[in-house]
Design a protein around this ligand. Structure first.
Ligand code: SF4
Length: 149
């Protein structure tokens, strides 16, 4: 059976920064017939739930992986190490389960694909990928945004 890694919050796990989930209508159809690995990179990286919101500063997830950008909470605390560690743990989980695809939460600094917040905490979006999405793409895992959110 094919396997797919899914952002845990899209599967109804209350692991978002605000302690809530983001259960996605249509997810069951999107993963039908496949084994599902639910994973939250930020929790896996050691961050608590709830936690302060964080955004990418100085670039996107690819830039973070290359050491050119950081992940920072709205308090100014640098959580780059936790985000990178969580991304590598997500990649290990995906590889262990043989996942060729991931369905990830849009706009997240970890899971977002194609669009992320700009680092100003003002709600502005820019083109880019989250840290986990970037690491997946670099390692041949097809990243799609989860449905219905
Ligand atoms: Fe965790 Fe990703 Fe959902 Fe954020 S978007 S709560 S990192 S699974």
């Amino acid at each position: 059976m094919d396997s797919v890694l899914v952002s845990a919050c899209l599967r109804g796990v209350p692991c978002r920064y605000d302690g809530r989930d983001k259960a996605a209508p249509g997810l069951d159809d999107a993963v039908a017939g496949r084994a599902v690995v639910s994973f939250c990179p930020e929790a896996a990286g050691g961050l608590p739930t709830p936690r302060r919101p964080a955004e990418l500063v100085g670039g996107d997830g690819h830039d973070v992986l290359d050491g050119r950008a950081r992940v920072v909470e709205d308090t100014g605390r640098d959580v780059t190490a936790e985000f990178v560690d969580g991304a590598h743990r997500a990649l290990a989980a995906a590889r262990h389960a043989g996942c060729a695809e991931a369905l990830l939460m849009p706009r997240s600094p970890s899971c977002g694909r194609g669009t992320v917040y700009d680092g100003s905490f003002g709600g502005e979006l820019v083109a880019g990928d989250g840290v986990t999405a970037a690491l997946f793409e670099r390692n041949g895992i097809v990243v799609r945004s989860g449905p219905g959110v």
